[in-house]
Design a protein around this ligand. Structure first.
Ligand SMILES: Nc1ncnc2c1ncn2[C@@H]1O[C@H](COP(=O)(O)OP(=O)(O)OP(=O)(O)O)[C@@H](O)[C@H]1O
Ligand SMILES: [Mg+2]
Length: 715
């Protein structure tokens, strides 16, 4: 009798334990579903806001900002003859019109979309002085230098401003003396300098404050990715100067950040212009990062050498200061002109590297996240991530520094699952840090889903066509999928045993243990040895994303270590309730040049000549950057049109640049034509491209290159 009772009790207890486990799994699932529910609701709201805007429901479209305005012809004249810009980009004209009409405006426009023109042009058109708040000294210096080169009276008030210039600015503000149209300041000036604010008030009282612009406005919001405390106080500007139009501009702002900005800057009735986050000219690619020695450096060096042989600018982002120095050194040893940039260098050394790169005297900057917001170089052709970023937002920002001039550019990310714990041990204490990182990891691990789709989903925007501008859309081959359920169960049992013995393992240690177990148990577990080390790493990370495993962190005096342990869904794997599939891709695809980017082909002889000319002219024009003399787009245009007289040239690049550099440009083009190079150039171009393509087709049989070969030969 007693034994029967005992037996039943054991059964009941076992069943109860099972029920408890199931409840735990269900509660955990419920929590995740609640989280996802609120995420999706927020996303839906953002999508609605976006669609409303696109269908003309917001104030921006309800009032027609694209109609005709009295300043149209003056605006067109300045746009073309001063800025050398032949047509407006999306929303620019409308934003300018709203601002000229005296309205407050919120502008969300992708990096490189052309936000500066939206406040610089009205600043010139309106009477008086425009105040521009910008967060970084380097950004301000860059802009003032560029405007001065265009003959626009611009000044700045920062810690580096000389006493003489400061006096000039104060006189201009207070008494309207001297010529000043655009004044740049850092936010500290507004929050800390009473003297400045009182002069600004005098300027306003005399009716000379034409507009206020807050650039990089996301810095106002704690929800943005780069909050700056001094931006918090900028609300005072609208309070003090309620009738002066205020523009707030940023490249990225979720719905939450937008609402926050409108509140903080006190512009509740502003006209809002939200442009797409899509950067159609960027080709996104994730490359498998080898764990072997310096293979990744060899690959990066080879990529730069083959794809960008004419010193085209690029950035390589690294995880740490040490890695950044190491990678720069290794690239130099492989013949690439590169230098490092990180926060621990002194300001002078950093500026020197930045300027050298901006003047095209250095091809590649190898930087940490510290190489950030101040980058204004329009012709960055590639951004390579040596390891993954901590979130999708950070990656969008960093990769977005490529192709600001709108020309095809490439964004490569070298991903190795073994890099995940380096990031997770840094971000786990941040609000939603791990969740953001895991979204980034999902992006990296995905071998099927369009890379752009991930950005649209993240920023709550309706999907748009990728046009084959990411690896997953372009190469389109079905990646191999293997059933890794057995491997997953080996990993889970290993970890459970370790947990019972109070042991821990990092991802890399766990991979080794799985391999050892495979050897020890010989035939019965031989299946675990059929996955490469990299595949096992990938599997472990995938199990973390699927919550079969989880990361745990332990602090030491020097670092925080990340370990993997069993997660809420571990039993499902052991009980055979979860099928684990692993997508495997071959490392060979790493060397493929982005299809559309390859279409760009190499620079023509005339382009190279004009590039040299802009470098020479920039060095004799008070140190402005080459792209301020002629943009890469203008060089392409000139090389196609080959104008041979000043009138033709003026129609292409406007009055101001023609007056300044016209005769030298025409000389260069005429010399080029009379040297008989154009024909040679054409032949060489076609031949070289044909060779490149056939070489690629020969070496990479597994890669679809049909589209690129045809198009390249046609060019
Ligand atoms: N309508 C246009 N046509 C051609 N080029 C343009 C046009 N508008 C701006 N540009 C050029 O695009 C580049 C990027 O412009 P800008 O610096 O204003 O970008 P941004 O939107 O402020 O980007 P970021 O968020 O990175 O600061 C500049 O080289 C600028 O001259
Ligand atoms: Mg900008």
């Amino acid at each position: 009798m007693e034994t029967d009772v005992l037996a039943e009790l054991q059964i009941v207890e076992a069943e109860l334990e099972d029920v408890q486990d199931q409840i735990k799994i269900l509660l955990d699932r419920q929590e995740k579903l609640y989280e996802r529910q609120s995420e999706l609701s927020a996303l839906l709201e953002e999508c609605k806001a976006f669609t409303d805007h696109a269908s003309g429901d917001t104030s921006a479209a309800a009032e027609d900002w694209s109609g005709t305005f009295e300043w149209d012809s003056r605006a067109d004249d300045i746009r073309f003859n001063v800025f050398g810009i032949s047509t407006y980009r999306a929303n620019q004209r409308e934003i300018i019109n709203a601002c000229m009409s005296g309205r407050d405006v919120l502008v969300i426009m992708a990096a490189g979309g052309g936000k500066s023109l939206c406040y610089q042009l009205p600043a010139i058109l309106r009477d008086g002085i425009a105040l521009i708040v910008s967060p970084l000294l380097s950004l301000i210096q860059d802009q003032v230098m560029g405007l001065t080169a265009l003959g626009i009276p611009a000044q700045m008030l920062t810690s580096s401003t000389s006493k003489e210039n400061e006096r000039f600015v104060y006189k201009a503000l207070e008494k309207g003396e001297g010529e000043l149209k655009i004044l740049y300041v850092t936010p500290e000036k507004i929050s800390k300098s009473k003297r400045f604010m009182s002069k600004l008030e005098k300027c306003h009282n005399a009716g000379r404050l034409s507009l206020i612009s807050i650039d990089e406005a996301h810095c106002c919001s704690q929800w943005g990715h780069d909050f700056r405390p001094d931006y918090k106080n900028l609300g005072i500007l609208k309070t003090q100067f309620p009738n002066v139009p205020l523009l707030a501009l940023t490249a990225t702002a979720t719905h939450k950040v937008q609402t926050d900005l409108m509140e903080m800057l006190r512009i509740p009735r502003c006209v809002k212009f939200v442009s797409t986050v899509n950067r159609p000219n960027l080709f996104y690619r994730v490359c498998e990062k080898s764990s072997v020695g310096k293979v990744v450096i060899d690959e990066i060096a080879e990529f730069i050498r083959v794809s960008y042989p004419h010193n085209e600018s690029g950035i390589v982002y690294c995880f740490s200061r040490k890695e950044c120095e190491q990678v720069a050194k290794e690239l130099c040893q492989r013949g690439i002109s590169a230098n490092h940039y990180h926060a621990e260098m002194d300001a002078y050394a950093r500026e020197k590297v930045h300027i050298c790169w901006s003047k095209n005297k250095l091809q590649v900057i190898v930087g940490t996240v510290a190489f950030g917001m101040g980058i204004n170089k329009p012709d960055v052709r590639f951004v390579i991530h040596h390891s993954l970023s901590k979130s999708m937002e950070t990656y969008y920002q960093e990769s977005g520094r490529a192709g600001r001039d709108g020309l095809p550019s490439e964004c490569l990310l070298y991903f190795r699952p073994g890099d995940v714990p380096r990031q997770s041990s840094m971000v786990f204490y941040e609000n939603a840090g791990l969740q953001n990182l895991y979204d980034m990891v999902r992006y990296c691990q995905s071998k099927r889903i369009c890379r752009r789709k991930a950005f649209f989903q993240h920023f709550g925007e309706p999907l748009q066509d990728c046009n084959g501008m990411c690896d997953n859309c372009a190469y389109g081959s079905e990646p191999e999928e293997v059933d890794a359920t057995y491997h997953a169960s080996v990993i889970v049992s290993l970890l459970r045993d370790m947990q019972e013995n109070d042991q821990r393992a990092t991802i890399l240690q766990l991979v080794d243990k799985v391999k050892v177990k495979a050897k020890e148990t010989g035939g019965s577990t031989s299946m675990v040895s059929d996955l490469r080390k990299e595949d096992l790493e990938q599997l472990i990370v995938q199990l973390v994303l699927d919550r079969v495993l989880k990361e745990e962190f332990q602090h030491t005096a020097y670092a925080t270590n990340a370990y993997v342990t069993i997660g809420p869904l571990w039993k499902q794997v052991l009980q055979g309730k979860k099928i684990v599939k692993l997508t495997i891709c071959s490392r060979q695809s790493n060397n493929v040049v982005g299809i559309k980017a390859a279409k760009r082909g190499s620079s023509s002889g005339l382009e190279i000549k004009l590039d040299e000319l802009r470098k020479e002219l920039s060095s004799t024009q008070g140190g402005i950057f080459p792209h301020a003399v002629l943009s890469t787009q203008q060089i392409n245009m000139l090389s196609n049109a080959k104008p041979t007289n000043i009138e033709q040239l003026e129609k292409l690049i406007g009055k101001l640049k023609t007056e300044k550099y016209g005769s030298r440009i025409i000389d260069e083009i005429q010399q080029f034509i009379s040297s008989g190079q154009p024909e040679r150039d054409l032949l060489n171009g076609v031949e070289a491209r044909a060779k490149r393509v056939s070489k690629r087709l020969k070496t990479k049989k597994d890669v679809v290159c049909i589209e690129s070969s045809g198009d390249e030969l046609e060019e």
